[in-house]
Design a protein around this ligand. Structure first.
Ligand code: ZN
Length: 198
């Protein structure tokens, strides 16, 4: 399967490609003021969280800033972060950048951070990229939408919102399996894969 062919240079190359195309910055420990901006945003949606443990485990996007708990500069495969999941996560986070631009910047950021139902809706769209890309990387296999939506508990979503996202993703999965149109972010990722990984 394509997922087994992913190498560190693919993760780095894909991240660089998406950063240039969508005008995003992958934040590292070396850019402290940028990481502080993300820290404030994470604490807004997760007031009780252990912030260092959060940075070690979860990805987060605010405006043009993307945090990933795996290195883009020196990619390594980790038990909870196989390369295919790093690849999918990069597409997911970049999709939040697309939303930020589509929904007018600051209003989107406010809506995403302050309203957990809205956040669920935006996350549904972003998780859709995972439903779209996983079969491409895994030779047609598909992800479980219910399992996928469970991560939203770490993004401050209520059980009701998570249920709603799971049902929307279940619908989306049928459309994707029937060959329906895919998001622009996934399209960009699929074209990049075809050009670079074989
Ligand atoms: Zn997200």
């Amino acid at each position: 399967v394509l997922a087994d062919k992913l190498r560190p240079e693919h993760i780095r190359g894909f991240a660089q490609h998406m950063a240039a195309k969508y005008d995003v910055v992958f934040v590292t420990n070396g850019t402290k003021d940028l990481k502080d901006q993300l820290r404030k945003a994470i604490l807004k949606v997760n007031p009780q969280v252990d912030i260092d443990a959060y940075f070690a485990r979860w990805a987060f996007t605010l405006g043009n800033l993307i945090w990933t708990p795996f290195s883009i500069e020196d990619p390594k495969e980790l038990p909870v972060w196989p390369y295919y999941w790093q690849f999918i996560t990069i597409a997911h986070e970049v999709h939040h950048r697309v939303q930020f631009k589509e929904h007018g910047g600051a209003p989107f950021a406010w809506d995403y951070l302050s309203n957990e139902e809205s956040r669920g809706q935006y996350e549904y769209e972003a998780y859709r990229t995972a439903l779209e890309l996983y079969p491409v990387l895994m030779n047609g296999e598909s992800l479980d939408p219910v399992l996928l939506s469970q991560s939203l508990v770490h993004y401050g979503c209520s059980p009701a919102t998570i249920d709603f996202v799971a049902s929307q993703l279940t619908q989306a999965k049928k459309i994707i399996q029937a060959g329906g149109t895919i998001t622009g972010t996934s399209q960009e990722a699929v074209v990049w894969l075809a050009d670079h990984v074989f």
